[in-house]
Design a protein around this ligand. Structure first.
Ligand code: ADP
Length: 480
């Protein structure tokens, strides 16, 4: 089919199944969030494509799973290298279709995508090397590949999240079908080129493009699948969990957040305020951002003034420009949704500390916004906005801060600023999957990542990813 061309770049709009590009009779239009221009038409995954991908992945499984991790490692290292070779294209494609900052792609996402593949390839080497010795017996704890794995990722970080799942799934010996997000499918298509050039055997890694409701739903409802790894929204996760439940398939669900950003009375306010302004990164379309500011009443005024100083300097604009710090919102529908949250909050009596509406830079840009004067039960406090819109509430004691922090259905992450021992003690009582003390965004591939309550089921990272993608088996050999 007609390639998608962006300046001098060209990327396939087709599926990638069994090592070949496969077009579709049906397609959907893709527009750029930067300026709404039509980027092209992307293949829509019909039943026949889902079927072909499952069969290809099944056929590739015996040979790929029979390799040792040491034998898979050089192929996966080449995969990481091939991603690096295409760094410039990955950056520009995701900037154009998802609106992610080009600078962030270059310095953060592409190096991390490479690491997502090569790190897990390395760490798969000791998967089979975990015996348990007792007086009675030797337990050989095997981590066998589970089979055909379906990976479904969202538009806010397609390259990062797809490789974050693909890395451990492939390194453990599974074969994969990736269903990219329909609003930002281009870097996943290029990922297929990188895998192909690296010599991944046909069928080991397949990409089926298409919408969630049609292509995604078909994939997750198939009983031949061994695992479903999903990152996305809560409503979609509920559908996927039901489909998985019908076949008793394990699914890993990494969902949204409404993470608290706690500023204690003894916090370093300048540092806290500078970090606070980072919550507008990716136009707030970041699941792990601390979006619910909980600030001690005695320092709230000073904190707001300090944060405002940073926010006023934020450069909103074209994500392809080096100086830009806040880019566009991915889709017109999402702009409306974000604006609706703010309008309803203000109509209900909330106040704006800054921002509040569309940004003059363009149709899909929104002002960095802070809403205050809120009740804990307010819609904008309880729901993930997924845009550059933060809320601010005050508290008078640690107990109150913790109660507010824990007072939503979400439980993904958090940030807590204060004197280190104090902030650590408060952080330990916040019910989330992770929380940063006097910092934000420090991640390690070996550390667990994921949420509790509505923020998800399961953990990704290091051993947790491998456990999910493997069948763990105890082979018991008695000593006499
Ligand atoms: P977001 O709002 O973050 O895009 P979604 O949950 O809507 O979150 O989408 C995340 C991913 O899930 C996308 O790739 C989307 O196509 C896919 N998806 C949406 N609905 C379904 C479904 N019913 N079954 C499987 N995948 C789906």
């Amino acid at each position: 089919s007609t390639p998608i061309v962006i300046d001098d770049l060209s990327v396939s709009p087709d599926h990638y199944i069994g090592g070949r590009r496969v077009p579709s009779a049906s397609g959907f239009e893709l527009h750029s969030p930067i300026d709404q221009r039509l980027l092209g038409r992307v293949a829509e995954g019909l039943d026949e494509h889902v079927e072909a991908a499952i069969v290809a992945a099944q056929q590739a499984f015996p040979a790929w799973s029979a390799l040792t991790a040491a034998e898979r490692k050089p192929v996966l290292d080449r995969f990481a290298e091939e991603i690096g070779q295409r760094a410039d294209a990955f950056c520009r494609l995701e900037s154009n279709d998802a609106g992610v900052l080009l600078s962030r792609m270059r310095h953060g996402v592409v190096p991390r995508a490479m690491l997502n593949i090569s790190w897990f390839a390395q760490h798969a080497l000791d998967l089979q090397n975990r015996p348990i010795e007792t007086e009675q017996a030797r337990h050989i704890v095997r981590h066998d590949p589970a089979g055909v794995v379906v990976i479904i990722t969202p538009w806010n970080a397609p390259l990062m999240l797809s490789t974050w799942k693909l890395g451990p799934a492939l390194a453990a010996g599974n074969t994969c079908i990736l269903k990219p997000p329909e609003w930002a499918p281009l870097t996943c298509s290029l990922l297929a080129d990188a895998g192909h050039a690296a010599g991944l055997p046909p069928g080991v890694f397949n990409v089926v493009q298409g919408t969630g409701a049609k292509t995604g739903a078909k994939l997750v409802g198939d009983a031949r699948i061994a695992r479903i790894s999903f990152t996305g929204s809560v409503p979609t996760a509920k559908w996927i969990a039901q489909a998985a439940g019908a076949n008793l398939l394990p699914c890993s669900l990494e969902l949204g957040g409404k993470s608290p950003f706690i500023v204690l009375e003894d916090a370093d306010l300048d540092n806290a305020a500078a970090t606070g302004a980072l919550m507008y990164r990716n136009a707030g379309q970041v699941c792990l951002a601390g979006t619910r500011f909980l600030v001690h009443a005695n320092i709230a005024k000073q904190f707001v003034a300090a944060m405002r100083g940073h926010v006023d300097k934020l450069v909103v604009g074209d994500p392809r420009e080096e100086a830009t710090e806040v880019g566009p919102i991915v889709h017109p529908r999402q702009v409306e949704r974000v604006h609706g949250f703010v309008q309803r909050a203000v109509a209900g009596g909330a106040r704006l500390l800054w921002g509040g509406g569309p940004h003059p830079f363009g149709a899909q840009y929104f002002q960095p916004t802070m809403v205050t004067g809120l009740q804990q039960s307010d819609e904008i406090v309880q729901n993930e906005v997924f845009g550059p819109v933060l809320t601010l509430q005050t508290f008078g004691s640690d107990e109150e801060a913790i109660a507010l922090a824990n007072g939503t259905d979400y439980g993904l992450g958090g940030v807590c600023y204060g004197e280190t021992a104090h902030a650590t003690a408060v952080a330990e009582r916040v019910r989330t999957g992770f929380i940063w003390v006097n910092s934000f965004g420090i991640r390690d591939l070996a550390a667990p990542f994921g949420g509790i309550k509505r923020s998800g089921i399961g953990r990704e990272g290091g051993d947790w990813s491998f456990e999910f993608f493997c069948d763990v088996k105890d082979v018991v050999v008695p000593k006499k």
